[in-house]
Design a protein around this ligand. Structure first.
Ligand code: ADP
Ligand code: MG
Length: 323
């Protein structure tokens, strides 16, 4: 198959987005949007850095690459509309496998009526996938990390550490409880797009997605908002079967483990019930995990332990340029 028949093969037969004027097939795509702010994000995935074939099937690779991008749109409370895919294809990957990668993306995109409107195809030494997503928010309604304020409740969706637990199960043979659940959380994560959209009526809300671990994401909020964040260790949400792992692993994964693609946010106390209602409607767990303060420790994050001790949390998590 050559580049042109490949592009033909991934092209959608019909588009869902009314704002699309020209999709795949010309030098660039065109869409027309008058009444909204446009939100865009890009995440890149490199074989053996972000994923490996022995833990991720081609379908998972495509699905998760788009999920990670959608998680960024969720963190801005944007409604997904379009995606573009740059792909570098090495000779040792078959066209059938590449097609399956696209199938993973398409299935997730279909949940949000997203259209694939472009990209670029090159051959290379490693499989690299670079996705750009485009979404819409009502004018002025994007949610920023800088919007946390003194007295806010800090909350997190879902459960933390699942993805790293799943990866551990995939890479360490053994007997595990609920391995299907944890492995699915690693391979096919669920970006919290609908949850973020359901919070549109709240006037002030701060959101961040948990791609690098709650410790890192909470720091990003604390720094951007110039506040102090206190998290209650006992309240950090974990799956009921998470306790099968030794305590040190549980701590590491729930605080610093990446790729859960949950949402951490802060909200004024008077709006907390709305957050709980929105999550309940979606059958999604949401947990009050701490609070925002302003004191002399601005930009820092503290963990209150069960025994009453308070530890400062390090801003660590997965960081590509830390050497
Ligand atoms: P040009 O040479 O003008 O850059 P291309 O041949 O690269 O055009 O692309 C032709 C069309 O196919 C464009 O609409 C482009 O966005 C789309 N396209 C190319 N590669 C991909 C890809 N991997 N995924 C999705 N769309 C693609
Ligand atoms: Mg091109």
């Amino acid at each position: 198959m050559d580049e042109f028949s490949f592009i033909k093969s991934i092209e959608q037969s019909a588009y869902s987005q009314a704002s699309l004027v020209q999709g795949i097939g010309d030098d660039a795509a065109v869409f027309r949007q008058q009444a909204a702010d446009i939100v865009t994000a890009k995440d890149m995935f490199v074989e053996n850095v972000h994923f490996a074939r022995h833990t991720m099937d081609p379908y998972h690779i495509g699905y998760k690459a788009l999920a990670s991008n959608l998680s960024d749109l969720a963190a801005m409370a944007a409604e997904p509309a379009f995606y573009l895919v740059g792909i570098s294809i090495p000779p040792h990957w078959s066209m059938e496998e590449i097609d399956t990668i696209y199938k993973g993306m398409k299935d997730l995109a279909a949940n949000y009526k997203m259209d694939l409107i472009g990209g670029d195809t090159v051959s290379g030494k490693e499989l690299v996938i670079s996705i750009t997503v485009i979404g819409y928010v009502p004018t002025g309604k994007a949610r920023y990390r800088s919007h946390a304020s003194d007295g806010d409740i800090v909350f997190a969706t879902g459960t933390l550490g699942d993805s790293q637990a799943g990866l551990h199960m995939l890479t360490n043979a053994g007997e595990y409880i609920d391995s299907d659940y944890f492995i699915k959380r690693h391979q096919l994560p669920s970006p919290r797009v609908l949850f973020a959209l359901a919070l549109q009526d709240i006037s002030r809300l701060c959101l961040n997605d948990i791609s690098d671990g709650i410790a890192s994401e909470a720091h990003e909020i604390a720094e951007a908002s110039n506040v102090t964040i206190y998290l209650n260790d006992e309240d950090l949400p974990v799956h009921s079967s998470f306790k099968q792992f030794e305590a040190a692993l549980q701590d590491k994964w729930k605080l610093f483990g990446g790729e859960d693609y949950e949402i951490v946010g802060t909200v004024p106390k008077e709006n907390w019930a709305q957050v709980q209602d929105a999550a309940a409607q979606l059958n999604l767990r949401v947990t009050n995990i701490g609070y925002v303060a302003t004191n002399s420790r601005l930009g820092q994050v503290f963990l209150k332990k069960k025994n009453g001790k308070i530890e400062q949390l390090e801003k660590k998590g997965y960081n590509h340029l830390s050497r």
